[in-house]
Design a protein around this ligand. Structure first.
Ligand code: SF4
Length: 488
């Protein structure tokens, strides 16, 4: 690993805004979060994968992976991050290095040619170039190649130095944020600045979730000036430094970026969620209060309250028919990050009982919120092997499992309905009306008549019905007597 990358990894692991780091003593903090990497540590996502997840939703950029084909091929387009404009982000570009090119040291030249080809053919707003294990190990230095290509072709070419072996997916998220901050933020100026300009970081617009919330912001006149989120454009990253407030939707992934925006440009940030009615209202309230503190007209707060009252009333009316169909149902939640608490509170609002929630990828703050919402820490669990999840579903007598696609077969095996709440889902669950979509999905899953059939034992497995008791013949009741037959 190059010295520069080693220093950057150490700095990212020692993130001062991270609650886990803040809770450590000086000695432990100095050590950072470095862990000895073990074989298989990248299973489930390497640093390169994490960087792609964080940045691929930037839609008008060509994402060029400098690697043999497999790095990109494995993770290609596995998220439902929606775009209202360019579809360029959904095309996979890779230098597709062959063994011969690696052995002959032709990687950097091939990368330069690939950048030229993608700019000539696609005219992207920018090219993001990702390094990977193979190209980093053979010593390809993407930084000077990107610099030379940008100067030659007049298009920004941004190096994202994230070889998978440096660590986990989460580390890759943060390294991607570092690259954006170093090479992109502050490179363009907005035509006009308003006191209603905000940044959004870490929402991926999965199935168009951000579009459930943006109309609310539009009604209040709030503009998403800067964005590292779904449906983002390159220019929105470049102009982030002019926003008044940053909303961080998933603090675990890109908190370093929000903290750097605060330290460098004085833009305060907060973490909020658009999952659930109360959390959506709380996020809007916080956003407006912070904007007013930073110079927006004070009537913004009254307008926000009026909007919240109207939207909450609408959403609660739409939820009412579902309430009797889901109230009292028991949910096992296996997701991560901010959803581990925001979905809990949303379900509890509807009278459902959350029997457990995972705290994978959750920060210390996330865990504190779960404990507050659920009243105890007893229902939190970390990663769960499929066998344990099966046992938990049975032991808790769960009525539904809400998780990502990888767990769906565990639910089916346990004959428990399943609802997808992770990145591959096809329905938007954010904002007020997102809750209605979520309840509709839960209702469809739980009250599907197939579950009653599925749980009924098959006819050949059912215990045999007890035989009808044999009534002894009452000969005395028969017509005639023994004497009647003796003469025959
Ligand atoms: S970057 Fe490395 S760990 Fe990640 S997919 Fe490529 S080879 Fe695998």
């Amino acid at each position: 690993m190059s010295e520069a990358l080693k220093n950057q990894v150490a700095a990212v692991l020692n993130e001062p805004a991270c609650a886990t780091n803040r809770s450590k003593d000086d000695a432990a903090r100095k050590k950072g979060c470095t862990k000895q990497l073990t074989p298989g540590a990248a299973a489930g996502g390497c640093a390169f994968d994490g960087a792609m997840i964080a940045l691929q939703p930037v839609t008008d950029v060509a994402h060029l992976v400098h690697a043999p084909l497999a790095c990109w091929g494995n993770g290609y387009d596995n998220r439902g991050s929606a775009s209202s404009g360019s579809d360029l982000y959904r095309t996979g570009f890779t230098t597709d290095l062959s063994e011969l090119e690696i052995v002959m040291g032709q990687g950097e030249k091939k990368l330069f040619r690939a950048i030229r080809e993608v700019i000539e053919q696609q005219s992207p707003a920018a090219v993001f170039v990702y390094s990977t294990c193979t190209t980093a190990l053979v010593g390809d230095d993407i930084v000077p190649v990107c610099k030379a290509a940008a100067e030659r072709f007049g298009t920004p070419v941004i190096p994202i130095d994230v070889p998978g072996y440096v660590g986990s997916k989460n580390l890759g998220n943060k390294l991607a944020g570092e690259a954006l901050f170093k090479y992109v933020v502050g490179t363009m100026e907005p035509e006009v600045s308003t006191p209603y300009d905000i940044n959004i970081i870490g929402d991926f617009n999965l199935s168009g979730e951000l579009w459930q919330v943006k109309p609310l912001l539009d009604k209040l006149g709030i503009r998403i000036l800067g964005s590292v989120a779904g449906d983002a454009r390159y220019a929105q990253i470049a102009k982030m430094h002019r926003a008044r407030v940053t909303m961080l939707v998933c603090s675990k992934a890109l908190i370093n970026m929000a903290r750097r925006l605060e330290e460098t440009y004085g833009i305060p940030f907060f973490e909020g969620s658009f999952y659930g009615i109360s959390d959506t209202s709380a996020a809007i309230r916080t956003l407006c209060a912070m904007l007013v503190e930073r110079g927006a007209p004070a009537d913004l707060i009254d307008r926000a309250e009026a909007l919240i009252a109207e939207e909450e009333a609408c959403a609660r009316a739409a939820l009412e028919p579902f309430r009797p169909r889901v109230a009292g149902k028991r949910v096992l939640l296996y997701t991560g990050g901010h959803k581990s608490w925001s979905v809990v509170s949303a379900l509890q609002e509807l009278g459902m009982e959350v029997v457990g929630t995972s705290v994978r990828k959750a920060t210390e703050e996330d865990k504190t919120r779960i404990a507050e919402i659920m009243g105890t820490e007893a229902h939190m669990f970390e990663n769960m092997a499929p066998r344990d999840m099966y046992a938990a579903l049975r032991a808790a007598r769960a009525d539904v499992l809400m998780s990502g696609g990888r767990s769906q077969f565990v639910a089916l095996k346990a004959r428990v309905p399943w609802v997808d709440v992770n990145q591959e889902k096809h329905e938007p669950y954010a904002g007020y009306m997102g809750m209605v979509n979520l309840l509709d999905a839960i209702d469809r899953a739980i009250n599907n008549p197939l579950w009653a059939d599925l749980r009924t034992p098959a006819p050949w497995d059912a215990p045999p019905a007890p035989a009808a008791p044999v009534t002894p013949l009452d000969l005395s009741a028969m017509a005639g007597t023994r004497a009647d037959f003796e003469d025959c």
